[in-house]
Structure formats: structure tokens, C-alpha cells
Design a protein around this ligand. Structure first.
Ligand SMILES: C[S@@+](CC[C@H](N)C(=O)[O-])C[C@H]1O[C@@H](n2cnc3c(N)ncnc32)[C@H](O)[C@@H]1O
Length: 352
């Protein structure tokens, strides 16, 4: 096959007829470990956030939790089970909706709604963990004459070659979000290579637009103006290992998200957005009660089984909040038609 622009190649490789994410055999969990797979503590934290939204909205008759890019429904399964155990009153009012391009997994309980389109969330929480990094995007590189061009890729081998110059919309996006425009990156270095975020901006804008009242939260590998990567981040994952990004359907293809651009686009498009902020997963999860502190040693002699459980839980919390790992993910949070914000610590405000 001849070379394709990266966006078309990603679309085909991830979501085409035998695409990596939609084939029945390969759920995301088989190839990489997200926070959802790492520990039920993640769902517990999302449940805490759900309860905060519930209170802030004065306990609506129905509260929707919509998980966009839901994988095989793991987050909603855990959240629903935990809600039933901890707060049956809330569980009865919860509507759990998984939005996913893959088919509904066999055996998923009926209390989880499965759809391939984002539906209205009249009151509640829209949550997207590691969704936007899988929204296909173009890649641009500066050629020897300083001209920014699309990068084309051979789907069979991953070999790249330069394509045409960027169109006006992509050039504008890059100028807006990589300071210095076409000739300068964040630290005054040239933008040698960059992933163009327009399609992530559009995807996120649509998601936030679905929320009537409540929070929209995107959690991802991400960067903001302060730390743009000058050489791009596109990579592949297969069987738990990072691999070269070959768009042949054999691996996940992911590129970090310009999260501030997504939040900005959604806020500009939607006057009902009242707050736009981001923080690290480390701060967000700590504020939501996920602690990596070791249990007191005295517990080991008074209740050895409880000690072992607490130790395992502390290990999982440490993985979720590790500064060099999942803890460095960014949580982008937008409140729609809400007065207050949850206290998730370390907030950075969107400056556009
Ligand atoms: C990296 S996985 C994350 C799965 C899950 N959220 C987790 O954290 O374990 C990304 C998922 O997003 C889904 N996805 C990508 N674009 C989508 C879209 N436009 N609508 C619904 N699902 C989408 C993919 O099929 C894939 O299952």
C-alpha cells in the first residue's frame, strides 16, 4: 500500500475492520496497563468524584457517569460494584454509560449501557481515561528548508516520508499551541516534529458539549504550553512493551495530548463551561483519598491479614501516583454550569 497521512493510517490501524481496538481478541488490557487496570483504587477515586458531583448538583433523580473510550467497561464495572456496596441510595440513581468503538463485551451486566456515540449527560460526570491519546491525529515535521510538512507513513512498515505543506488550519493550530509558531518551540528550539491536536480539540469539545450540568474529566499522557515535546511522542504498544509505531493493526498507536488546547477549544465553544483547570493525577488521586502510605507496623502483629491487604493497597496507590509513571498523567477538568469545583489540589488554570 502507498504512504498515507498519519491520521488516516491511525484510523485504519486502530478502528478499521480488523483494527487493534475493535477486534474481538484484543482488549486494551491485553497490551498495556492503564490506571483502571492497575487497581480498584482508581474506580474508588472516580466514585468519590461522582459523589462530589452528586452533592454539588443537589442529588438529581438520575446521575449519569459516562465513560468515554471505555475499553471493555472495566471502570464502570468496578465503580458500579463499589457504589452498590458503599452507597446503595446513590447506586439506585446512577446511570452508567460506556461509550466505545469496540462492540459490547459478552456478559457485561445490563446495568451498564453500551453505545458508540456520546449521548447527552443531563447531570453527572463524563470521564475519559486514556481516550484522547488514541484519537487519530496528523504528524508534522520541519523540512531542511524550514517548511512544516505532513508526515506520511507506509502502513505495512512504518517507514515515513514527507508530504505536502500544512494547510492553513493546522498551521494556525501549531502557531497557537507551540509558542514561536512555525519556527520556534517552547524553549526557542525549532519544532522538529509535532502531533497536531485539532482532532483531539474537536473530540473533547463534543464530549464537553454533551454535559448539561456537571464535570467533564480527561485523564491522559499530556503536555501543556510549559512543556511541549519538541520531537513528537507518537509510539506503539504491544503485549505490554513499547514498540515502533507501525500502523498495521498489530499495536496500539498513541500520541500525548495537548490538553490545554483541548480545554481551551471546549471552553470557547461552550459558554456554559464555568471552570477549566488541570492538575496531575498524583495530586488529584491524593485529594480523592488514594494514599501510598505504608500501614503501621503494629497492624502486622494485631491483624496480619489486614496488614497484608493494606500493604498491597499502598503498593497499588504508589503505582497510580508515581511521579515517573501514572502519577504524572494530567487530569483536565471542566465544570459545566456549576458554581463550585472539587478540591483536587495543585490546580493550574487555563490561560489562553
Ligand atoms: C487506551 S484505551 C483506554 C480504555 C479505558 N478507558 C482504560 O483506561 O482502561 C482507549 C479506548 O478508547 C476507545 N475509543 C477511541 N476513540 C473512541 C471514540 N471516538 N468513541 C468511543 N471510544 C473510542 C478505543 O476503542 C479504546 O478502547
Amino acid at each position: 500500500m502507498s504512504h498515507l497521512p498519519w491520521r488516516a493510517a491511525m484510523e485504519q490501524a486502530l478502528y478499521g475492520p480488523q483494527g487493534f481496538f475493535v477486534r474481538e481478541d484484543s482488549g486494551p488490557a491485553a497490551h498495556f496497563r492503564t490506571s483502571v487496570h492497575a487497581s480498584p483504587l482508581f474506580a474508588q477515586a472516580v466514585l468519590r468524584l461522582t459523589r462530589w458531583v452528586d452533592e454539588a448538583l443537589d442529588r438529581p433523580e438520575q446521575l449519569t457517569v459516562c465513560d468515554v473510550g471505555a475499553g471493555r467497561g472495566e471502570l464502570l464495572l468496578a465503580l458500579g460494584a463499589q457504589a452498590r456496596a458503599a452507597d446503595p441510595g446513590l447506586a439506585d440513581r446512577l446511570r452508567l454509560v460506556a461509550v466505545e468503538r469496540a462492540a459490547r463485551p459478552r456478559g457485561l451486566p445490563a446495568w451498564i449501557t453500551w453505545t458508540d456515540r456520546i449521548e447527552p449527560v443531563p447531570a453527572g460526570l463524563l470521564f475519559a481515561n486514556e481516550w484522547l491519546d488514541n484519537v487519530p491525529c496528523e504528524v508534522a515535521e520541519t523540512d531542511d528548508d524550514g517548511v512544516l510538512r505532513y508526515v506520511l507513513v507506509d502502513p505495512a512498515t512504518g517507514a515515513e516520508r514527507p508530504g505536502g505543506p500544512l494547510d492553513a488550519a493546522d498551521a494556525a493550530w501549531l502557531r497557537d499551541w507551540f509558542p514561536g509558531g512555525t519556527a520556534g518551540g517552547t524553549r526557542g528550539t525549532p519544532v522538529e516534529r509535532a502531533e497536531l491536536g485539532r482532532w483531539r480539540d474537536e473530540a473533547w469539545t463534543e464530549a464537553v458539549g454533551a454535559v448539561g450540568r456537571g464535570l467533564a474529566v480527561a485523564v491522559d499522557y499530556a503536555h501543556t504550553r510549559a512543556d511541549r515535546p519538541p520531537f513528537g511522542t507518537l509510539t506503539g504498544y504491544r503485549d505490554g512493551r513499547q514498540v515502533d509505531p507501525v500502523p498495521d493493526g498489530s499495536c496500539d498507536l498513541t500520541a500525548h495530548v495537548a490538553l490545554d488546547a483541548c480545554l481551551d477549544a471546549a471552553a470557547r465553544a461552550n459558554p456554559r463551561v464555568t471552570h477549566s483547570l488541570w492538575t496531575t493525577q498524583r495530586d488529584a488521586l491524593r485529594a480523592l483519598g488514594v494514599s501510598g502510605a505504608r500501614p503501621p507496623l503494629a497492624l502486622a502483629s494485631s491483624d496480619p491479614a489486614a496488614y497484608v491487604r493494606a500493604l498491597a493497597s499502598a503498593g497499588e496507590a504508589a503505582e497510580l501516583t508515581a511521579a515517573a509513571g501514572l502519577g504524572s498523567f494530567l487530569w483536565g477538568v471542566q465544570a459545566v454550569d456549576m458554581r463550585d469545583l472539587p478540591s483536587l489540589g495543585g490546580w493550574q488554570t487555563l490561560v489562553s
